[in-house]
Design a protein around this ligand. Structure first.
Ligand code: COI
Length: 362
């Protein structure tokens, strides 16, 4: 792989972060960009100031959606070191998404080094307040201009960095969810397990209709039978039954979340009974009626853990833990954030150092 070219901003480092960051509104000084064509493969890697993209109106991904993305995080931990959470997992998932929609894969070790480089360059943008982090958004899109439907022959990979606070405006407050039994998000053997814009576009109308009725998000059912629960909003979902914690098995219609994977491992480490299996909405309702559903929560990179306080399915309204965050949700949030902020030993090797004791770790 070619060496990265650096075109750094002169005013870099003069950073004033707003008091309240929200999510995805503030961007750092630099981005990483790299091109692909069939002759040179991935080439022309550069770190340069964040700037607009100029493109031909026939650029292929705009019309046919051949595009993928990732979302991961870096943290300024309690020792002042800069760390990333499970970046190898995110890079591997980027390549799995790439494969699914015919995008050329990237060299995983190279991309990890790129991440360390750009995070180090923009390190002053990494917030230090509790609950804040640097959200990292790599994305790839088909960039040649052509109006026929085919696999693109040119691509761009860009990495944007954004200092963030809480994803939901509710913060850690439990959210109100409507079970969506009309529209579907994604279908197994379709793009459900691929992190691509199409799945998010498919979710918007349902989310918007739910929002107008006072819900924060929807719970998606499987697209074949509208029977099994799949995801909650943009997150994976976990149900804590009386004698088991369960999460939908990865049928192909569900995004294989890195936080989902981490939560499963933590539950195993805690000695909890955790099952990955089909969970029907009828099972949730029936067990709720018997008093056997103790809590429901979503997992994802952006919000980490989000408790479901209320769930509405047809005429049935379910309330969990009196609308307060569930005990297990709080425990898991503390566990994951403690690892991310360096308060707890990283026994599963989930932390990758970017800067340790002031020195870049390459
Ligand atoms: C997540 O990280 O939980 C998400 O999927 C949200 C992201 C697309 C903004």
């Amino acid at each position: 792989m070619e060496k990265i070219r650096y075109e750094l901003k002169e005013t870099a480092g003069k950073v004033t972060l707003p008091d309240s960051l929200g999510f995805g509104q503030v961007f750092t000084d630099h981005l990483f960009e790299m091109d692909y064509d069939s002759k040179k493969g991935w080439h022309n890697p550069v770190i340069k100031p964040v700037q607009n993209i100029s493109m031909h109106p026939a650029t292929m991904f705009i019309h046919y959606g051949q595009s993928i993305f990732e979302g991961m995080k870096a943290f300024r931990n309690d020792d002042g070191d800069i760390v990333m959470f499970r970046p190898e997992e995110h890079i591997a998932r980027l390549n799995r998404s790439a494969k699914r929609i015919c995008i050329p894969e990237v060299d995983e070790q190279f991309l990890l080094n790129v991440l360390k480089e750009i995070i180090t360059i923009d390190k002053d943008w990494i917030p230090a307040k509790e609950g804040e982090s640097l959200y990292i958004r790599p994305f790839i899109y088909g960039s040649d201009s052509f109006l026929g439907v085919k696999v693109a022959s040119e691509y761009k990979l860009i990495i944007l960095l954004s200092p963030v606070g809480a994803y939901y405006s509710e913060g850690f407050k439990p959210v109100k969810i409507q079970v969506q039994d009309d529209y579907v998000r994604a279908v197994r053997k379709g793009l459900g397990e691929c992190k691509c814009p199409a799945n998010y576009a498919a979710s918007l109308l349902a989310a918007e209709e739910a929002r107008k009725k006072g819900f924060s998000q929807v719970l998606w059912l499987d697209a074949v039978e509208l029977k099994y629960i799949e995801e909650v909003g943009t997150m994976n979902i976990f149900i804590r039954f009386k004698d088991e914690v369960a999460t939908p098995e990865l049928t192909g219609g569900i995004l294989p979340g890195i936080t989902r994977k981490s939560v499963i491992q933590i539950l195993k480490d805690m000695g909890e009974k955790i099952s990955e299996r089909l969970i029907s909405i009828d099972e949730v309702v029936n067990e709720y009626k018997k008093g056997n559903v103790l809590e429901i929560f979503g997992t994802g990179t952006a919000a980490i853990i989000s408790s479901v306080g209320w769930l509405k399915y047809k005429d049935m309204e379910m309330v969990f833990n009196n609308g307060q965050p569930g005990e297990l949700a709080v425990k898991l949030f503390d566990e994951i954030t403690s690892i991310q902020y360096g308060r707890k030993e990283d026994t599963n090797n989930w932390i990758t150092y970017v800067i340790k004791q002031g020195v870049e770790v390459l």
